[in-house]
Design a protein around this ligand. Structure first.
Ligand SMILES: NC(=O)c1ccc[n+]([C@@H]2O[C@H](COP(=O)([O-])OP(=O)(O)OC[C@H]3O[C@@H](n4cnc5c(N)ncnc54)[C@H](O)[C@@H]3O)[C@@H](O)[C@H]2O)c1
Length: 336
C-alpha cells in the first residue's frame, strides 16, 4: 500500500517510523505534503517519500493508495473528505473532528466514495494497555466496579501555536486528550459509553476563548459501570498527577497508561506489572497501519472506525457543553 502523509509535524514522524519498519510489500511511505515546503522536504529527507506542498498535486498521483491526515483538528474533516473524494482511503488522526457534525460528514463521504475511513486511535494498542485488558478479563482483580481517568495537559506554554488558536484547534485538551481516555477505558471494559454528562471551565487568567483548562466528564458504560474523567491544564509541570486510567475492581485495582501498568491487589505492595518502552512507540503505529491495510484490502473492520471516532467526539462535545449536568445518550447525539 502506497501511503501519503498530510501534515509533517510531530505525530507524522511516529507514523513514518511505523510505516518504515514494515516490509515494502505491506506499506511504504510514498509521498508527504505540508504547507511548509522546507518542512516537508526535510521530513522526506529523513523518512522518505516524495515531498509536496500542493495537496492536489499529491492526490493526483494514481499510484497513491491512502493518506494519513496529521493536521490541526479543525482541518481533519475538510481534508479527510477531500482525500476520499480524490479516490484515496484515509486514516484521520484523532480526534476524528472537533464536533459530531463534522464527524458525520466524514462518515457520509466514506459511504459516498466507497473509500475506507479509519481513525488514529492507537492507545489501545500499547502493550501496557493490551496487558491491562488481559488482567481485567482474566478476573485476577475481580469484577470491575468503576473507572477513574485523569491527566494534566500543559497548554499555556503552547500560546502562539495552532493548539491555542481556537480557529484551528476548535478546542483544548478535552478534545485532544479526552478521546484517549475513552479509547483506553472502552478497551479495558470491552464496551463503549452509552451516556455522558460533564462540564468545562476556563480558570486561568490567560485562558483563550474556547480553550477550556478544566474538564470533567462522567461516562455510563451500562450495567452499573461508570467512569469519572478529569483533565486539568497548567502552564508548567506543577502537579504530581501521572496520566492514568485506573480501574477499581472487587479485589484490587490497576492503573495504566502507555508508559506503565501498575497493579494493587488487596493489601499487597504496588506492583509494576509492565513498563512501556517509549523508544518503541513506532511499533504501535506500525500495528495501526497493518489494521488499516487489512481494512482497505481485506475488508477487516478495525476497532477505530468512523463510528468509533464519532462516539468519542460525541462524549467530549456533550460533556464540554453540558453545564446543567443532564445525561445525554450517545445514540441521541450520534443517531443509530
Ligand atoms: N494519536 C496520537 O497519539 C496523537 C499524538 C499527537 C498528535 N495527534 C494528532 O495529530 C494531529 C496533528 O498534531 P501534531 O502534533 O502532529 O501537530 P503539528 O503542529 O506538529 O503538525 C501539524 C502540521 O500540519 C501542517 N499544516 C497545517 N495546515 C496545513 C494545510 N492546510 N496543509 C498542509 N499542511 C498543513 C503544519 O505545517 C504542521 O507541519 C492533531 O489532530 C493531533 O491531535 C495524535
Amino acid at each position: 500500500m502506497n501511503i501519503g502523509i498530510l501534515g509533517t509535524g510531530g505525530i507524522a514522524a511516529a507514523h513514518a517510523l511505523g510505516i518504515n519498519c514494515l516490509e515494502d510489500t505491506i506499506a511504504r511511505l510514498y509521498a508527504c505534503c505540508d504547507i511548509d515546503q522546507a518542512k516537508v522536504e526535510k521530513f522526506c529527507q529523513t523518512y522518505g517519500g516524495r515531498p509536496f506542498s500542493d495537496l492536489d498535486a499529491m492526490l493526483a498521483d494514481p499510484a497513491l493508495d491512502a493518506v494519513i491526515v496529521c493536521l490541526p483538528h479543525g482541518l481533519h474533516a475538510q481534508m479527510g473528505i477531500k482525500v476520499m473524494k480524490a479516490g484515496k482511503h484515509v486514516l484521520v488522526e484523532k480526534p476524528m473532528a472537533p464536533n459530531v457534525a463534522e464527524c458525520k460528514k466524514l462518515i457520509q463521504a466514506s459511504a459516498e466514495t466507497g473509500k475506507k475511513l479509519q481513525i488514529g486511535h492507537e492507545y489501545f494498542l500499547y502493550p501496557t494497555v493490551q496487558e491491562a485488558a488481559k488482567v481485567i478479563q482474566s478476573g485476577e482483580l475481580g469484577k470491575p466496579l468503576m473507572v477513574r481517568a485523569e491527566l494534566s495537559s500543559y497548554i499555556y506554554n503552547k500560546l502562539g501555536t495552532w493548539w491555542m488558536d481556537f480557529e484551528q484547534s476548535k478546542g483544548g485538551p478535552a478534545i485532544n486528550m479526552g478521546v484517549h481516555l475513552i479509547d483506553i477505558t472502552g478497551f479495558l471494559l470491552n464496551k463503549n459509553p452509552k451516556r455522558v454528562r460533564g462540564f468545562s471551565r476556563q480558570l486561568h487568567p490567560q485562558a483563550v476563548k474556547g480553550i477550556e483548562d478544566y474538564f470533567v466528564m462522567e461516562l455510563d458504560f451500562g450495567d452499573g459501570m461508570f467512569s469519572d474523567n478529569r483533565i486539568y491544564s497548567f502552564e508548567k509541570k506543577i502537579d504530581v498527577i501521572r496520566p492514568a486510567v485506573t480501574v477499581f475492581c472487587e479485589e484490587g485495582s490497576l492503573s495504566v497508561w502507555s508508559n506503565e501498568l501498575v497493579i494493587q491487589k488487596g493489601s499487597d505492595a504496588l506492583e509494576t506489572r509492565l513498563k512501556g518502552d517509549g523508544s518503541k512507540a513506532y511499533l504501535v503505529f506500525a500495528e495501526q497501519i497493518k489494521q488499516f491495510k487489512d481494512f482497505v484490502e481485506k475488508g477487516v473492520t478495525p476497532r477505530a472506525t468512523g463510528r468509533f471516532g464519532m462516539e468519542a467526539v460525541a462524549c467530549i462535545e456533550a460533556a464540554m457543553n453540558g453545564d446543567n449536568g443532564t445525561w445525554k445518550t450517545i445514540k441521541e447525539i450520534c443517531g443509530e
